[in-house]
Ligand binder design. Structure first.
Ligand SMILES: Cc1cc2nc3c(=O)[nH]c(=O)nc-3n(C[C@H](O)[C@H](O)[C@H](O)COP(=O)(O)OP(=O)(O)OC[C@H]3O[C@@H](n4cnc5c(N)ncnc54)[C@H](O)[C@@H]3O)c2cc1C
Length: 448
């Protein structure tokens, strides 16, 4: 078969790798200048490694992506470390995942016992619910509850308001009380304290995967935005790209849902309605290259308290403070200390429109809370990245609202982060879903 894949992110590349292995003629069209999509990186002349535009790591449980890396013969490039994850409460940093003993769950339990402003009963309930969620295998059954109603019932109101609700508000803003509990369960279930990366950064992994695709005969066309997909007159599908019309037997589209709606004007109404009903948030990351360490206790990931969806009402105007070089050595970045100030936002939020200068003024002012000595003079260089489609929002009973990988248009398959469920979107699940879609294509192709 002649197969077009739209998008050279983790999903598109994984599907191309499998389809090319079966001898199909595969062309991957990517609108950007590099492969990688949301997991792509960038470089600076002073650095040896690339850096992800948005912080990325793997969990030990990310079997699909780690398995694929093994298959392309690059398993020796994966590195796992146990960095410190912490929580900001009132005016201080409290460790959550700092290793106290070898067992990660036990370490977290010991750390929870040190949290202030929670009674011993609250701490025990919080710890127990964490352990139970990790052991419970049928978390999908929790999708009929919102996390914001289920969690306080089991962990107690205080622990919920201090720990869980701020995380929900931070990640989903005004939609925080509509997110279902299966999504929250999935995070607890799959999360590991050890976090993985790739020698050279995620971009190096995606480049290696792209090379594996081309070694199998696949073609990757960069700077090639697809403009339209229409059913061909004699079967198959025609796509418009680079001012030309190309014919394919099958097409896999890995774009955002709203992009699919624009690309395929003939999408039948029922399916288009389902795709159009999917909700998501955008994300932004202001990245600083500092000449010294910001969080001297070694925290990699600092969860910040989002008490209100209105940013100005919170002590920090963003969700996460991530000191990347408290996880990976600064030697990979020419001695720079790399810090991300990251957030998830509806795309109509003012932070999506503000200039980099306005936004950094607003963000940087809050860093003195974490380190009173912080001064903007510490910044050697900074970058700002924004992505409109970043975090799908799983509402109650979401499993019934996920569009099928098969669209109703013959030969057209749709694979996106919004169909990853109940797991939180990630490169692991992009690979799993895309390889599943590729298998369907192969099986359906051989039935014909
Ligand atoms: C802030 C943030 C943090 C994250 N953290 C992690 C993490 O720690 N670990 C992890 O594993 N994952 C993480 N993820 C998620 C991960 O990046 C995504 O799940 C994954 O990259 C999705 O891959 P994809 O191929 O489905 O989509 P994408 O990466 O979005 O790829 C789609 C591609 O399609 C291209 N495209 C779109 N329209 C067209 C068109 N018309 N024509 C041609 N090409 C087109 C785009 O340019 C893009 O390259 C994070 C994401 C964000 C935003």
């Amino acid at each position: 078969m002649r197969i077009a894949i739209i998008g050279a992110g983790a999903a598109g590349l994984a599907a191309a790798y499998d389809l090319a292995a079966e001898g199909h003629e595969v062309v991957v069209y990517e609108s950007g200048a590099v492969v990688g999509g949301l997991a792509a990186g960038f470089t600076d002349p002073a650095w040896e490694w690339s850096l992800e535009k948005f912080y990325h790591h793997w969990f030990y449980t990310d079997r699909d992506i780690l398995g694929l890396i093994d298959e392309i013969g690059k398993g020796d490039k994966v590195r796992f470390y146990s960095p410190r994850t912490s929580l900001w409460h009132e005016n201080g940093i409290y460790p959550l995942d700092a290793p106290v003993v070898k067992n990660a769950t036990l370490s977290r339990t010991v750390n929870v016992l040190r949290l202030p402003d929670l009674s011993l009963i609250d701490k025990i309930r919080f710890g127990l619910v964490g352990v139970l969620l990790k052991m419970y295998a049928n978390g999908l059954s929790l999708e009929k509850y919102t996390a914001d109603e289920w969690l306080p019932r089991w962990t107690g109101k205080s622990a919920h308001e201090m720990i869980w609700r701020p995380l929900l508000i931070g990640k989903f803003g005004p939609l925080y009380d509509q997110v279902n509990m299966a999504w929250m369960w999935a995070r607890a279930y799959k999360r590991t304290a050890q976090l993985g990366t790739y020698v050279g950064g995620f971009q190096a992994m995606l480049d290696d995967l792209a090379e594996a695709v081309t070694n199998r005969g696949g073609v990757i066309a960069l700077d090639s935005p697809v403009e339209q997909i229409v059913p061909g007159q004699a079967g198959g599908l025609d796509i418009e790209v680079n001012g030309r019309r190309e014919h394919f037997d099958r097409v896999m589209c890995t774009t955002a849902p709203n992009a699919l709606l624009k690309l395929v004007p003939d999408l039948p109404e029922d399916y288009a309605r389902k795709v159009g009903a999917l909700r998501s948030l955008g994300s932004l990351a202001l990245i600083l290259a500092l000449d010294r360490q910001l969080m001297a206790d070694g925290t990699y990931w600092l969860n910040l308290p989002a008490r209100s969806p209105v940013k100005q009402e919170n002590p920090f105007p963003f969700l996460a403070l991530v000191e990347h070089t408290n996880y990976l050595s600064k030697e990979h970045y020419g001695g720079d200390h790399i810090v991300y100030l990251g957030d998830y936002l509806p795309v109509d939020h003012e932070h999506f429109q503000m200039s980099e200068e306005e936004l950094s003024q607003r963000f940087l002012a809050s860093l003195k809370q974490v380190n009173p000595d912080f001064s903007p003079d510490w910044i050697r260089k900074q970058w700002l990245f924004r992505a409109p489609y970043s975090q799908p929002v799983p509402f109650v009973n979401h499993s019934q609202n996920i569009p099928d990988i098969h669209t109703p248009i013959g030969g057209l398959y749709f694979v996106s982060m919004s169909q990853v469920y109940p797991w939180d979107r990630g490169t692991n699940y992009a690979v799993e879903l895309a390889r599943r879609a590729a298998r369907m294509m192969i099986e359906e192709g051989s039935e014909k």
